[in-house]
Design a protein around this ligand. Structure first.
Ligand SMILES: Cc1cc2nc3c(=O)[nH]c(=O)nc-3n(C[C@H](O)[C@H](O)[C@H](O)COP(=O)(O)O)c2cc1C
Ligand code: SF4
Ligand code: SF4
Length: 274
């Protein structure tokens, strides 16, 4: 079988998923001699129109894992915007060194429901957006070797395919299990659903970068100190503010981050499925 086009499709608030998905798509496109495109649905403006992928194309589709699943506020976009009548797909998740739990199997199932045929899948450990102590520098050289081997094997699988195989088997519960409950250092659930970033007003020069990068469009353009909409804790505004003016001070959120730092500094390896 051949792929007439390879498209890297992703939601990636802080860039890890973008890096991984693009690298896989580029390598497969090169191997198959197919053109490559990119579709980034991170920002609200890119989530207004349905996209259709015809049979014969390949989509490498990625999201980060939030609470062990596909980010719940992005799930409607995944479910409604990306449709196919038989294109091949590779679901890919990145996770911050704790676990991808049911994120990959959920993404696989959603792509199958949307009319794609999943032929491979992967979960790649990447730096955790909550803390510089969790998987710093990942994906690193060792991860990229695994990524290259995975992309090559997926490309070989496509080239050798004479008929559509059954959906790729990946790790996770089917039906998909519940969201992971974030815990604090006391071992109890850390409830920070309503937490929003604050701003050191003396540092902020109102450049508007945070307004631009918020995937929820939740930061006020008139006053970037105000978060007027829902915050999904993606950390884009924190990481991309040029003067490091934004921060979280919610005690439950900080306790969860401390718990992760106590328990999840060991190296989690990427997992690939073919
Ligand atoms: C709200 C939220 C929840 C997260 N939950 C998990 C999780 O359950 N397990 C995990 O290992 N990493 C978790 N992470 C870390 C991200 O999956 C990881 O940093 C990812 O690579 C970020 O991708 P991006 O750079 O494309 O935004 C979470 C991050 C956020 C923002
Ligand atoms: S990115 Fe930083 S400096 Fe710019 S408006 Fe936002 S908080 Fe202020
Ligand atoms: S306000 Fe919340 S959702 Fe928006 S960029 Fe910042 S952390 Fe992400």
């Amino acid at each position: 079988m051949q792929a007439t086009k390879v498209t890297a499709v992703y939601y990636s608030a802080t860039g890890n998923t973008e890096k991984v998905v693009k690298a896989i798509a580029e390598r497969i496109a090169e191997k198959l001699g197919a053109p490559m495109e990119v579709f980034d649905f991170t920002l609200p403006g890119s989530r207004r129109q349905e996209k259709h992928f015809p049979a014969g194309e390949l989509v490498v589709f990625g999201t980060p894992v939030y609470a062990g699943r596909v980010p719940n506020k992005m799930l409607p976009a995944v479910q409604t915007l990306f449709k196919s009548d038989g294109a091949l797909a590779i679901p890919v998740v990145t996770f911050g060194n704790r676990n991808f739990d049911n994120g990959l199997i959920e993404l696989r199932n959603e792509l199958e429901n949307n009319g794609f045929h999943t032929i491979a899948g992967a979960g790649f450990a990447a730096s955790h957006v909550f803390s510089d102590k969790l998987a710093p520098g990942r994906p690193d050289e060792k991860d990229m070797k695994v990524l290259e081997q995975f992309a090559d094997a997926a490309g070989d699988k496509i080239a050798a395919m004479t008929e559509i195989p059954s959906p790729v088997s990946v790790r996770g519960d089917d039906p998909v299990g519940p969201y992971y409950t974030p815990l604090g250092t006391d071992g109890k659930p850390a409830v920070f659903l309503k937490a929003k970033p604050l701003t050191h007003a003396e540092l902020c020069d109102k450049c508007g970068k945070c307004v631009e990068v918020c995937p929820m469009g939740s930061i006020s353009a008139e006053d970037p100190l105000q978060v007027t909409g829902i915050c999904i804790k993606c950390q884009a505004c924190i990481k991309k503010c040029p003067v490091h003016a934004k921060y979280f001070d919610d005690p439950a959120f900080l306790s969860h981050v401390a718990m992760l730092e106590q328990n999840y500094t060991r190296r989690a390896e990427p997992e690939t499925f073919l």
